[in-house]
Design a protein around this ligand. Structure first.
Ligand code: ADP
Ligand code: ASP
Ligand code: MG
Length: 403
């Protein structure tokens, strides 16, 4: 007998019709004699609407209350899914995070699952029932409801797969797998049959929201294979696993992009030892992560320019921290949040010379200016003007033969 996690994302449970459709997929798997743990997201758009409600009261809405609010979407779909299964004659029951419980650690809105008590759910599975579990939710040791970050139902699914030691973890979504780029924006994108954890982790943390990056990280650390597949077609999906055999013939596996960065430039910064630390220390003390940093070499040895990127949501806070920072002297400060980050990812990059220059050359052919660059062994990211996002992704897709 096989034990499976089947996770259905927001669009897959986006209407009553779709919940009924998904319940039939679950019934089919259950009829084969499998033990099934279902993880559901909130109906598409629900979590965003709840965020908007909280923001219309305050942009700094109490985080404990925000979690009570945001996780309600998953409660609704869990009950509807269990009810839809009952309607099909399948024994099924919903379990809220605190009933299982799914215990988390860390601050509200960004908690991490650390423990799941399996006993009661396992008994229920043994009795032939399907357990329907809300994604995204947890409960702290103090008994407060928590949430585990946007897109977090993927992480719930992987944590359940790990702790219940299931044989598979299937992520049902609105596309039929992981593509070389977002198939909804780049029609020529190609489906990837198999992808390594490392490459998937880069792609998802660089903007491919088809899998949440912390879910991929947990899967990678625990060697849990994941299948990403469509709720709406029967086509074969993508396997994310420990790909020992890297296809070195292909330098680039995918192109990702995100529009949540901002670039800050300090002009005419006094150039002396410790200046970079003085700029970045207050940012780090305020939980602002700095991504790319570029410092020009000054010609006179006295002044330099420092450019760096951060998350767009942190830009106002970062500017005020820099302006209030008495330790640094500079002539001017600029912020640009109309930028996007374009990244190429591929494990074969290490063994293929010339990838970097090819990327830069092809963007220059499109007259796209590079505002910042960062590289690692298996990815190259550039910051560009937001207007050119899709043309840059299309061009790179073509340059690296991904069309
Ligand atoms: P779910 O609600 O099922 O969790 P998401 O909206 O979080 O689904 O993720 C699926 C979406 O991810 C797709 O609709 C697609 O637009 C987007 N996406 C971005 N990059 C990729 C990629 N490389 N491959 C597949 N989908 C991608
Ligand atoms: N409903 C949550 C969100 O929209 C979690 C998820 O869908 O994975 O972020
Ligand atoms: Mg998602």
């Amino acid at each position: 007998m096989t034990k499976k996690v089947l996770k259905f994302g927001g669009t897959s449970v986006g209407s009553i019709q779709r919940i009924i459709h998904a319940s039939k997929i679950i019934k089919n798997e259950h009829d084969k004699g499998n033990k099934i743990l279902v993880v559901v997201s909130a109906m598409a758009g629900t979590t965003n609407n709840l965020v908007a409600h909280s923001e219309s009261i305050s942009k700094k809405f109490n985080k404990r209350e925000l979690d009570v609010l945001l996780t309600s979407g998953e409660q609704v779909t869990s009950a509807l899914m269990a009810g839809a299964l009952n309607q099909l004659g399948v024994k099924a029951k919903s379990w809220m995070n605190w009933q299982i419980p799914i215990i988390t650690e860390g601050e509200n809105t960004n908690a991490r699952i650390i423990r799941i008590i399996t006993e009661n759910v396992n008994k229920y599975l043994d009795s032939g029932g399907v357990a329907v579990i809300p994604g995204f939710q947890g409960v702290s040791k103090l008994g407060d409801i928590t949430s585990i970050g946007r897109g977090g139902s993927d992480a719930t699914a992987v944590a359940i797969a790990k702790i219940f030691q299931t044989d598979s973890c299937e992520i049902y979504t609105d596309v039929d797998g992981v593509y070389s780029s977002d198939p909804n924006k780049i029609p020529l994108a190609k489906k990837i049959d198999k992808i390594s954890y490392e490459e998937m982790l880069e792609l998802s943390s660089l903007g491919a929201k088809v899998m949440q990056s912390s879910a991929v990280q947990t899967a990678m650390m625990n060697n849990i294979p994941i299948q990403v597949k469509s709720t709406f077609t029967e086509r074969k999906g993508t396997e994310i696993n420990n790909n020992d055999i890297i296809d070195y013939s292909k330098a680039v596996t995918g192109v990702a992009y995100s529009k949540d960065d901002a670039k800050i430039t300090l002009l005419g910064v006094e150039d002396k030892p410790g200046v970079a630390a003085d700029i970045f220390e207050p940012l780090s003390n305020n939980q602002i992560n700095v991504d790319m940093v570029i410092q020009n070499i000054s010609t006179d040895g006295k002044k330099t320019d420092v450019t760096f990127t951060i998350k767009r949501q942190d830009s106002k806070n970062a500017i005020s921290l820099i302006k209030a920072n008495k330790k640094i002297k500079y002539e001017n400060i600029y912020m640009n949040d109309k930028v996007s980050k374009i990244s190429i990812v591929g494990a074969g990059m290490v063994a293929t010379p010339g990838v970097t220059y090819k990327m830069f050359r092809s963007l220059s052919e499109e007259k796209i200016n590079l505002l910042a660059i960062s590289t690692s062994e298996i990815k190259i990211s550039v910051i560009i003007d937001e207007k050119s996002t899709i043309s840059a992704v299309k061009k790179l897709h073509k340059t690296f033969n991904l069309d």
